[in-house]
Write a protein that binds this ligand. Sequence first.
Ligand SMILES: [Zn+2]
Length: 303
Amino acid sequence: MRLLEAIIDANHRAAAGDQNAGLHPDDFADELPVVALTCIDARLNRLFPAVLGVPEEKFIWLRNSGNIIFDPMSSMTRTLALACAIKDGREIAIIGHTDCLVCKTTTMQLLERFKELGVERQVLPDNINEFFGLFSSERQNVITSCDIVRRSPLIGPKIPVHGLLVDIETGKLEWIVNGYQAWGTMSDKWNEVVRSAGETVDKLKSLTDFNMGEMKFPETKIGETVTKAEDWLSQKIGALQTKPGEPSPVEAAPSPVTNIAAQVVHYAEKHWPKPSASSKPPPKIPLPPPIRVRANFPPRGKK
Ligand SMILES: [Zn+2]
């Protein structure tokens, strides 16, 4: 079980009333600290990091109004990048919350509030929604933010980017964007790109123009990707070399197809090495004492 899977599992058990639901941080030494971006809503102060069940020293907490990511190169994205590069953050979680006022406040209400604070309309930009990142769905905002962070060149392919929504009353978490799966999706896209390169040598050549440095893939999937790319290119090369009735390839000058295959494989192996056996430890039997996950606070409908 990976970090977020364990967090969600423990959180849901705690929400269901399991007093012993918890996490053993030692089991996830390679996946902590977690870097979290949440809203500034003060009601969240007592929820984190308890609802995640991670120790405070392994919880890097970033906040802004509405947990909004504006841009792949924005100041918040830069902070996330440094949190991983300098503070050793291993996984990112964008955590929205229910009943978010950034979501519930209308443009007119916001202008009214500003006016009360002495901020006149003319000093504000025309596109006030866009400027402040107002959104109409907490869920969609989390998805969008995750997407922007995932696409940021500042966030390396080794960092999973998850999206969560926390119930501000109960502390129960909903896992909206699975950062582990997003890796798989990117790997699939890569395979599509490789396949769609086409049937001919000319089209294969386009692989050399393709800027592979822009693609990000998970370590855990790259072994598979490399193998598939190798198989696919080998088949293409084989087909080209054994077509009956056609003149055999000129033997001088190395085959461009072989070169391309070698480049693809070399690049993939260099940038996304096959995972070592120790990179994904098997689930361990929990050892006491765990960090207790606290959910259901305050108990809804109970006193
Ligand atoms: Zn909020």
